[in-house]
Every structure is written in structure tokens, then in C-alpha cells.
Design a protein around this ligand. Sequence first.
Ligand SMILES: *[C@@H]1O[C@H](CO)[C@@H](O)[C@H](O)[C@H]1NC(C)=O
Ligand SMILES: *[C@@H]1O[C@H](CO)[C@@H](O)[C@H](O)[C@H]1NC(C)=O
Ligand SMILES: *[C@@H]1O[C@H](CO)[C@@H](O)[C@H](O)[C@H]1NC(C)=O
Length: 254
Amino acid sequence: MLLNPLPVLSALVFAVTALAACGPSCGFPDSRCENDVCICNNSGAAACPNPGTFSYCPNFDTDQYACGSCSNYCTKCPSGENSCPDGSVYTCVNMKTDSLNCGLCGQSCPTDASCVNGQCVCPPGHSLCGDSHASWCAETMNDPFRCGSCYGFCERDKTCRNGKCVPCQAGFIQCGNTNCINPLNDNQNCGDCYQACGEGSNCINGKCETNAGCGSGQVKCAGSCRNISNDNNHCGGCDIKCSVGKNCSGALCV
Ligand SMILES: *[C@@H]1O[C@H](CO)[C@@H](O)[C@H](O)[C@H]1NC(C)=O
Ligand SMILES: *[C@@H]1O[C@H](CO)[C@@H](O)[C@H](O)[C@H]1NC(C)=O
Ligand SMILES: *[C@@H]1O[C@H](CO)[C@@H](O)[C@H](O)[C@H]1NC(C)=O
């Protein structure tokens, strides 16, 4: 029996045209050519390139070389390791120790922390602060705002030593720096925290006093100009007295 040659010929012409537009390597096994792009029938996505041979149409759910998309390798990992995305491919990592995938894929530890048993661990004296989006290792041994932990806050009459809030000496306060200061004579915290005395003035009894009327090198102490470099009662600052047997020289009791 003879075939009608005309439909056979036109089918052949159509097939050759489709191949020509997408190239002879268009998706295996089940694809079509649309607008010069080789489209997979199973996924509706473009066929995956396969260098040197025909492009192909993987099952993105099960193909370990095209996991979710072309060229995404799902690696079969040794036991104890997991497959985590690394750019466009997957790599095997040990999530117990990998500081870029610590406990979870993509959960990275701060640079100064290490991954131990799937947890980011900071150096001694530091705590892991922040959340899963951004974390850092904070110093928590001497910081009165982070004393012993990220949220350890010392009251203002206490400061932080070895991760514990300890009382300042009587009359002293803590102003967020690491030391207890005396607000009666501290030029940066005069009378209260963060009340700095300006250039040319000094904190005397909790008030900023100017040196107006005094010579250079002199400081006004309770209304009088004093040479704090050699005054035994105001040695290096107002009301700093040298003990008996010592003289003030160069602002030091010697
Ligand atoms: C792929 O889909 C096209 C368009 O629906 C269809 O013409 C073609 O026969 C399909 N290919 C295969 C191998 O089934
Ligand atoms: C302060 O005392 C020093 C040391 O005796 C002296 O060299 C200096 O001139 C004095 N300054 C003033 C302003 O008196
Ligand atoms: C302090 O100064 C006095 C008076 O100038 C002097 O007699 C004494 O020896 C000095 N003391 C010291 C420790 O330098």
C-alpha cells in the first residue's frame, strides 16, 4: 500500500523546521520548540543544557544533577553530612562543624566564632548576640550594658567585673564606660553621666567651673586659681592632696 506522499512530506518539513529553529539538540526526550527556545513538555521550563550533546528535560523533583533547576547538583553526601546550597550548586557539609552552615543550611557564625555541635560558639568572655539574621560575639566580661550575657544590664551604681555586676565605691557611678567614676570631679561626667565640661573648665564638686581669670597652666579650684603642677593640695587636679611626706611635682605627688 502506498502512503499518500503529501501529509508525510509536510510532517517532515514541520519537524525539520522545528529542529532548525532550536538546533538539532533540542530537549530529550519530550520537548517542543517555542520562539526558538527548547521547552520541556514535562515542566514547561526551558530544557537543561548538556554540553557536547542534546539538551534534556530532567524531573526537577528527583534528578540529582538538576535539583529544582538546571545544573543544581544534589550531592549524595557521606553519612553525617548534609547537602546545602553553595551558590548554584549543592555541596556536602558537616552541619555540626561548618561555620557557614552551622546547625542549618546557610546559618553562618560570626567570623570570630566557631561551630561546635551545630551551635556557634564565641571566644571565652564573649556571648553570641543578635538573631538568626545577624549575630556577633559581644564582650560580656566588662561591659556594664552586656554583663555576663547579651542583655545583662548593670544599674548605674554598679559596674561589670568578670561578667558580674559589682557595686562601685561609695559616691561613684558607672556611665556606660568600664569604670566607676566620681561625678564630683570627672570632667566627662560632671555631676551626672555624660555632662562633659567644655574646654577651659573643670569639674569641681559636680559643677563645671571655668578657669577664667587664671594664668595658663592654672586651674580654678573653689574660686581660686591653683597651679596643679606643684600645689600639694591640688596636685594634678582640684582637691587632690599629697599625703604627708610627699610634695607635688609635675602634677604628681612624689
Ligand atoms: C510535546 O508537546 C508538544 C506540544 O504540546 C506536542 O506537539 C509534542 O508531541 C510533545 N512531544 C512529545 C514527545 O510528546
Ligand atoms: C606652675 O608651677 C610650675 C613648677 O613650679 C612652674 O614652672 C609654672 O610656671 C607654674 N605655672 C603658673 C601658671 O604659675
Ligand atoms: C617637700 O618640700 C619641702 C619644702 O620645700 C621639703 O622640705 C621636703 O623635703 C620635701 N619633701 C620631699 C619628700 O621631697
